[in-house]
Each structure stands twice: as structure tokens, then as C-alpha cells.
Design a protein around this ligand. Structure first.
Ligand code: FAD
Length: 399
């Protein structure tokens, strides 16, 4: 099999890249190790930055998002039994975010790809990336029990944190920056209307809690738990009781309970692999970087990476200049490190570390107080939350 761009992984990064390339007239093949149902139902991100929303619309994948997604103009910070709303449009010149689940983004992109895009092979596991520094890198893969090879001009590893593409970088040319956290998130999906119409980020001495949503009738809630916790250790009643404690306020706000349909634990990690290019192999999304989910940045960073790659390749084909491809890693990393910083700040602002002292707790409250009382501090949060600019001037991926 032969193509211009071999894409490993059909998460948001790989699927969106295939769409952007297709619209630019560049052919690609996507290899995905799991089956379609798995990819379409894996519960993960839910917050799309303004720039991500603009890119999906420009790529022709925004129709259902615009119909069913929920535009959010703010979040609530909850601490010391108090509530403080951060008003995004007022602080950022009109920007907002969209609540639209990653599962739905993937469903929309898969449907488009299968309708008129290049090949998208499910249950096709890439085994390695070979000859990344040559003219024709190759991806051996296994599909429906048979081994085959995809020959490409370029390979983009969109295969997530556990993928194979990163392994093709020689150790001497790689640097890894990472931090793990002594806590994790216990996430639940519940069939009950969200108890608040915007996300609530709660800092409590017992630990962090987040109220989020997937739709007007489905709530998504998270609890900070110790690293290594297993979801089965928490009964449904215990989850609700702990959420109620951490969201408590001095007014009459209450948390509505409902039947749980899913319960899982997500570890918290910060990770960056530099550089993101080796010869004709490029990394995009979670394959190159991970952020703790507190800043809601992971999917949005993946979008920034693939927009940067698609633009660079179109530029190379139109002008013959490899300048933008050569700048790919540095361009992406500037935005990635801002998201790493913001995600770390939000995580340490709101979570309670096992070795935290009373002094640390007072500092967290002082930082929250500062956000609630200073327009400058609040604007800093609002700008970062609604998203750092994608590459170039605008958000049209084809520009
Ligand atoms: C609980 C949770 C909540 C989150 N909340 C948010 C949020 O609110 N906002 C946000 O922006 N981000 C959030 N994230 C992060 C976001 O989900 C990820 O950053 C995003 O999925 C990254 O997309 P990706 O395409 O790079 O990688 P992935 O989604 O991991 O996709 C990689 C794909 O590659 C496939 N693959 C792996 N190895 C191979 C191989 N050898 N051959 C072929 N295919 C392979 C995998 O099966 C997978 O489909 C959250 C994550 C979690 C876990």
C-alpha cells in the first residue's frame, strides 16, 4: 500500500488530520488498532476551545457540534464554601468554549472520512515506523490477521501516549520532560441533568471535585482520589456523598443524584517529548505530550498540532519550501508548553497533595482569592482556558 501521508491512530488528532489533508487534496491512509465502536465510545475530553470549534467548522465537521454542543461563557470556581464565576467573553473580547464530547467529535470525523475520504482501516495495528530518515518511510502493520506495509512520503504518529511512533526516535535525539502526580481522577457519567449550567471547579480540604456535563440530561463528575485507586473501591453512594461534601456552599445549591452509567479512574501526568519530528516522521497529540485534565487542554493541543502539520505540508507542496515543516516541532512546542504551564497551575491550585501542609492550603486559597478579586489575574485564567492561538494569523486550517 502506498500513500502521501501515513497516519497512525484514529483519535481526534489522526481523524482531523486526515480530513484537513483530504480538503487540501492530499491523500492519506489512517491505521487504527481498535475497532470503530471502541473509538466512538471511549469517554474522554469534553471541552473544545474557541480555536478548536473554528477549525472543526472550517473542516466541514461542525454541523452537529453547532446543533448539539453547548456553548459555555464561563466557569465557576468554588472554594471556602463560596462561588466565583469567571466570565470568558467579558474578559477575552468575546471568546467562549463548547461542551461537545470527544466521542461525538470522533463520530462526526469518522462518518465524513468513510463517506468521501481516504482509507481508514480499523483493527489495523501499526507495528513500527521504519526508515524515518529516508525518502520513503514505511509502516508495517497487521490488519485482519494479515501483515502488510504502508509506504509513505510522511508518517504522522497520532497514536496516543502508548503508541509505537515515538519509539522510532533514537534515544540520543530525544528528550523527555515529565511529572506524575500523587492523585488521580475518579470520573462518573450519570443520567441526571447537570446541577449547574456551567462547569464547577471546586477546591476543598478533602480534595478537588469537578462538575461537568455531556448533554442537558447527562452529568460528568470527577473526584480527586489517591493515585492507584480502583474504581470498584467506590460505591455509587460513596461517590455522591463525597461530591456533595466537596461542592458544599453557604447558599441553597444542591447536587442532584442520578443512576451512574460509567465509573473509571484516570491517572494524572504531565509529559513532553522533544523534538516532535525525526526525518519524515512527525508526532502529534498525546503521542508527543500529555497534560493533566484539569486545564481541559489535551484534545485542543492535538488539534493545534495537526493544523500546524497540514498547513506546513500544503505550504511545502505549493511553494517547494520545507520551512514550515522544518519549524513544525518548535511551532507546536511553544503552544504546548503554555498549555503544560496552565494545566500544572490549575492542578496545583485545586488539588490537595498528600503531603500538603496548612501553609499550602492557605496559599491555594490566597491564589483563588486573587483570581476572584483581580481582573488581571482572572483575565489570565480566562485567556488560557479559552485557548492559546493556533499557528499563524487565523484558525482556518486551509489558510
Ligand atoms: C478522563 C479524561 C478527560 C479528558 N478531558 C479533556 C478535556 O476536557 N479537554 C481536552 O482537551 N482533553 C481532555 N482529555 C485529553 C484528551 O482526551 C486527549 O488529549 C486526546 O484524546 C488526544 O487525542 P489523540 O488523537 O492525540 O490521542 P488518542 O485519543 O489517544 O488516540 C490515539 C489513537 O491511536 C490508536 N493507536 C495506538 N497505538 C496504535 C498502533 N500501534 N496502531 C494503530 N493505532 C494505534 C489508539 O487506539 C487511539 O485510537 C481528557 C483525557 C482523559 C483520559
Amino acid at each position: 500500500m502506498r500513500t502521501t501521508v501515513g497516519i497512525i491512530g484514529a483519535g481526534p488528532a489522526g481523524l482531523l488530520l486526515a480530513r484537513l489533508l483530504h480538503r487540501a487534496g492530499i491523500d492519506s491512509v489512517v491505521l487504527e488498532s481498535r475497532d470503530r465502536a471502541y473509538v466512538e465510545h471511549r469517554q474522554r475530553a469534553g471541552i473544545l476551545e474557541q480555536g478548536t470549534v473554528d477549525v472543526l467548522r472550517a473542516a466541514g465537521a461542525g454541523e452537529r457540534m453547532d446543533r448539539e454542543g453547548l456553548r459555555h461563557d464561563g466557569i465557576e470556581l468554588r472554594f471556602d464554601r463560596r462561588r466565583h464565576r469567571v466570565d470568558f467573553p467579558a474578559l477575552t473580547g468575546g471568546r467562549s468554549v463548547m461542551v461537545y464530547a470527544q466521542t461525538e467529535v470522533c463520530k462526526d470525523l469518522i462518518a465524513l472520512q468513510l463517506a468521501d475520504g481516504g482509507p481508514l482501516l480499523f483493527e489495523a495495528e501499526a507495528l513500527a515506523v521504519e526508515d524515518a530518515t529516508g525518502d520513503r518511510p514505511r509502516v508495517p502493520f497487521r490488519h485482519q490477521g494479515r501483515e502488510d506495509v504502508l509506504e509513505c512520503d510522511y508518517v504522522v504518529g497520532c497514536d496516543g501516549f502508548w503508541g509505537v511512533a515515538r519509539n522510532a526516535f533514537p534515544a540520543a535525539a530525544s528528550r523527555v520532560f515529565e511529572r506524575s502526580y500523587p492523585y488521580a481522577w475518579l470520573g462518573i457519567l450519570a443520567d441526571v441533568a447537570p446541577s449547574h449550567d456551567e462547569l464547577v471547579y471546586a477546591r476543598h480540604d478533602r480534595g478537588f471535585a469537578l462538575l461537568s456535563m455531556r448533554s442537558p440530561s447527562v452529568s460528568r463528575l470527577y473526584l480527586q482520589v489517591p493515585a492507584g485507586t480502583k474504581a470498584e473501591e467506590w460505591s455509587d453512594d460513596a461517590v455522591w456523598a463525597e461530591l456533595e461534601r466537596r461542592f458544599e456552599t453557604d447558599d441553597d445549591w444542591t447536587l442532584e443524584r442520578g443512576p451512574l452509567t460509567q465509573k473509571s479512574v484516570t491517572p494524572m501526568r504531565s509529559f513532553v517529548h522533544e523534538p516532535m519530528r525525526h526525518g519524515r516522521l512527525f508526532l502529534a497529540g498525546d503521542a508527543a505530550h500529555i497534560v493533566p485534565p484539569t486545564g481541559a487542554k489535551g484534545l485542543n493541543l492535538a488539534v493545534g498540532d495537526v493544523v500546524t502539520f497540514a498547513r506546513a505540508l500544503v505550504h511545502a507542496q505549493e511553494t517547494g519550501s520545507p520551512d514550515l515543516l522544518d519549524a513544525y516541532s518548535a511551532t507546536c512546542l511553544r503552544r504546548i508548553w503554555q498549555a503544560e504551564r496552565f494545566s500544572y497551575d490549575m492542578t496545583t491550585l485545586l488539588h490537595s497533595a498528600p503531603d500538603a501542609t496548612a501553609f499550602d492550603a492557605r496559599l491555594q486559597l490566597a491564589r483563588l482569592e486573587r483570581i476572584a478579586s483581580s481582573r488581571a489575574a482572572e483575565t489570565d485564567l480566562a485567556e488560557a482556558y479559552t485557548g492559546f492561538p493556533l499557528t499563524g494569523a487565523g484558525n482556518n486550517p486551509c489558510a
